[in-house]
Write a protein that binds this ligand. Sequence first.
Ligand SMILES: [Zn+2]
Ligand SMILES: [Zn+2]
Length: 226
Amino acid sequence: MKRVMKVLGLLLALLVVAAGGVWYSAFGSNSPIPEGLLVPGVETVKDGFVSAFILDDKSGKAILAALQRRGLTAASVAAIFLTHGHPDHTAGCRVFPAADVYAMEADVPLVGDAAKVTHRLKDGDVSTVGDLRVEAFAVPGHTPGSAVYLAHRVLFFGDSAGASKSGEVMKAVHLFSKDPAQNVASLKALAARLQPRAAEVVELAFAHTGPLAGLGPLATFASHSP
Ligand SMILES: [Zn+2]
Ligand SMILES: [Zn+2]
């Protein structure tokens, strides 16, 4: 979501730059556009009379720093499980060339060029990476191929849900979701499906909020949703 805001900001900046370019041309006093690194992390690309800027974001860098603290490198990452294909979730993939990339079949088109999906998943698939067992649940709605993963007794939701300040499960953010009604239906179905296995879930993890403990908050969400 933050990434989307950045993109909007960049588009706005480009429009401003484009408008500025036309204005300056009229007065014939443009200084030439220098291509290349403007400042560290910002690269100028000259496209006709307009400058485009490639801005490095922190994708991958925080992950690399965390790996480094554990004496690991990008090459140590064996697998990446994509919860869905939105760019704020896929942009870091290229930093890990040795990693297999798992995603739900239905979101492979959305992942596009951001990553090469090596394992196309279906609902219920169980993948094994070393001694790690990862179970995939299809939760279409936020995107057609959104996945929730159960691994290490944690349920990873990506953007399909979040936690409110008061400790409740919230549905996916409407504005960025393909089918909000389907998102709620998917979360309710997941709650029902996992209820008999509640003891296997100690934590709910979300992409853009803090976590919640246990399966309880998901069950409560399901019982309160029409
Ligand atoms: Zn997101
Ligand atoms: Zn998303």
